[in-house]
Design a protein around this ligand. Structure first.
Ligand SMILES: [Zn+2]
Length: 400
């Protein structure tokens, strides 16, 4: 087996050092508790190389070292894990009806969070408000004094991979906007890298990243004011465990809200007719049930659950959700599908109908293996922001 510390043809020792560091950090991230000897075996590196890299990472505050572990041959090893102190990863989400910011450790634990529950205004105003949340978050005693590795911002629309522009956010009424540039003057001297990501993509990345071995294909369905899916896949190369997002050349992959489910159907915010969002989305349910913007859709549904009109709308939305699950399964063959977003919390008739629809459409396909594991996410609120924070970590580890 080739080792990463074998001489590089170009003699680029700096590059090799970087690769070794990234490999060790990622192994410790996925398997907390490994010893130096175990790391050397798993990374295909010499013990001496691992000892040097681990020594540097301990000195820099990236790793914590436990007590010597008894047992085994030779000197007892000490368990290594990513440090819970020293650093902080910031994640944020600009939603249609509110904004959120979260501070996480390298292990993904939430140190503190802030939310703003008000409909999001134009980009400049949203940037000012989000920067305010982040500044407040950084003053939190659990966060203050830590080294900031960066900020990931999740947004409710596709992000153009070419220039990191939010291409459009129809439910905010935003056209193309370079949101990181709009944010920059408000963030001031915030250190570390900055990235922007579609919110469903960010959540999908976060879910896949926390698996010791990312699922081959994971779909995260984000059901909010609008709906979309993030599609995360295991790294293409063996030994490359960081999940990859399927974005498409324009960042439009996973836009399931605008897949056609009813030819000639209702008009959608995107200008087309019969999109899934016209039946399954926060905006469509509000329109159907007459729920105003200032009112909580969740509260309305909870208090009117026995109304026939509410039941019909939720069951119809559930059928569309079931249809999307079946179509995603047949198109992408995911092993995991996660239903998140505000609508997932409506629960009851919508989710039950969707899961029953999905189960009823597994017949007649003998020999095609297991259906995807479908999980309904109860605590969805911070998942996109946490996923964006996880992307900051992945990019920091991978960056030179
Ligand atoms: Zn549409």
């Amino acid at each position: 087996m080739p080792t990463l510390d074998a001489p590089h043809p170009t003699g680029d020792q700096g590059f090799l050092k970087h690769l070794n560091r990234a490999r060790i950090l990622d192994l410790v991230r996925r398997q907390p508790g490994l010893s130096r000897a175990e790391l050397a075996t798993q990374a295909g590196l010499t013990k001496m190389t691992v000892g040097t890299v681990v020594g540097d990472l301990l000195a820099q505050g990236w790793l914590d070292e436990g007590e010597p572990r008894p047992g085994g041959v030779g000197r007892p090893g000490r368990s290594l894990s990513l440090s819970a102190g020293n650093f902080v990863l910031l994640g944020a989400e600009i939603g249609v009806l509110g904004q959120r910011a979260v501070a996480c450790t390298l292990r993904g634990e939430v140190l503190a969070s802030r939310t703003l529950s008000a409909p999001t205004g134009p980009p400049e105003q949203a940037a000012r408000e989000l920067a305010g949340l982040i500044a407040d978050l950084r003053r939190d005693p659990a966060v203050a004094g830590r080294g900031v590795l960066g900020l990931g911002v999740a947004v409710p629309g596709p992000v153009d991979p070419a220039d990191q522009t939010l291409a459009y956010a129809p439910n905010l009424g935003w056209g193309p906007v370079a949101m990181l540039e709009v944010l920059a003057p408000h963030l001031g001297e915030l250190p570390g890298l900055r990235l922007i990501e579609n919110e469903a993509n960010a959540a999908a990345f976060g879910e896949a990243y926390r698996h010791p071995q990312p699922p081959e294909v994971l779909a995260y369905l984000s059901l909010g004011t609008g709906i979309g899916a993030g599609l995360a896949m295991a790294g293409a190369l063996p030994g490359q465990p960081t999940p990859q997002l399927l974005r498409g050349p324009q960042g439009l992959a996973g836009e399931i809200g605008h897949t056609l489910v009813q030819p000639g159907g209702l008009y959608c915010h995107c200008g087309n007719r019969g999109c899934a969002e016209t039946l399954l989305s926060g905006w469509a349910l509000r329109a159907t049930l007459g729920v105003g913007e200032g009112e909580s859709l969740g509260d309305f549904v909870a208090t009117h659950l026995d109304d026939a009109a509410v039941q019909v709308a939720l069951r119809r939305a559930g059928e569309v959700l079931g249809t999307l699950l079946v179509n995603l399964q047949r198109t992408l063959n995911p092993s995991h599908m996660i239903i998140g977003g505000l609508l997932a919390r409506l629960g009851g008739p919508m989710v039950e109908t969707a899961l029953a629809f999905f189960a009823a459409h597994q017949q007649g396909r003998p020999g095609l293996g297991r259906a995807a594991q479908v999980e309904v996410c109860a605590d969805h609120l911070l998942r996109p922001a946490r996923g964006a924070a996880a992307q900051v970590l992945a990019r920091t580890i991978g960056a030179r």
